[in-house]
Design a binder for this molecule. Structure first.
Ligand SMILES: C[S@@+](CC[C@H](N)C(=O)[O-])C[C@H]1O[C@@H](n2cnc3c(N)ncnc32)[C@H](O)[C@@H]1O
Length: 212
């Protein structure tokens, strides 16, 4: 659940009431941190959004190892040994004079602060609330498998759906805005995605429901 800082704390109460009373669980408050220089004007520059992650039940799909992040230069430098197979490792001192060998992984685990730049250049479509594909890629990869269904009931420009399709997930997209509908349709075409059906709800002239 993503919303802007004016309402997200109220919506957390709503989500707690929905999920946490029916067997679901609150998992994370994810801070999506973006950078950029701004001059403070009556407040510190706002450089993060909040995403609340809930699960429907106690059993979840969670694959943090699929979204490892590059180590910082400083951390990489600490892995200053290489074994005969070319694998890098560091030697850590333990209590009692013992030592431990720790091998460098492909990257470090993500924490609940996602440092992902805001939209740039060609990815920007002009839809005001469009999210970067990198943000959705991290979420979808870490929480679903190929062939699963990803639902975005407020698809907007269609970022979730494009990323879900690229990652071989099935998807369902809903939005009540004709502008959002035109936007996602163009985006699906540009990405040469054609295997989906469009449904119309009775109350709307424009189709509001797309399904792969
Ligand atoms: C924040 S935008 C989503 C942006 C999207 N994540 C993206 O990357 O472009 C929210 C969307 O919710 C849609 N929306 C708002 N209320 C709705 C409702 N009751 N039913 C369906 N869609 C709704 C709006 O039309 C808007 O496109």
């Amino acid at each position: 659940m993503h919303c802007d800082p004016t309402a997200s704390h109220y919506l957390k109460l709503v989500c707690d009431a929905i999920f946490c009373t029916q067997g679901g669980e609150f998992r994370n408050e994810i801070i999506w941190r973006y950078t950029g220089n701004s001059v403070p004007k009556n407040c510190f520059p706002r450089k993060h959004d909040t995403i609340f992650w809930y699960s429907k039940g106690k059993e979840i799909q969670f694959y943090p190892e699929r979204v490892l992040q590059p180590y910082s230069e400083l951390t990489e430098k600490r892995y200053n040994h290489t074994d005969q197979d070319g694998k890098r490792y560091k030697i850590s001192a333990l209590r009692g004079g013992k030592q431990e060998i720790i091998y460098m992984k492909e990257g470090k685990y993500c924490d609940d602060v996602f440092e992902i730049p805001v939209l740039r250049g060609a990815e920007r479509l002009g839809y005001p609330t469009q999210k970067p594909e990198a943000l959705l890629e991290r979420i979808i990869k870490a929480s679903s498998n190929e062939g699963d269904v990803v639902l975005d009931c407020y698809h907007g420009s269609g970022t979730t759906i494009i990323v879900a399709d690229k990652l071989k997930r099935n998807w369902i997209a809903i939005d009540d805005s004709p502008i959002a509908f035109e936007c996602i349709l163009n985006r699906l075409q540009q990405n040469k995605i054609t295997n989906f059906e469009i449904y119309k709800t009775k109350t709307h002239e424009k189709p509001t429901f797309l399904r792969r």
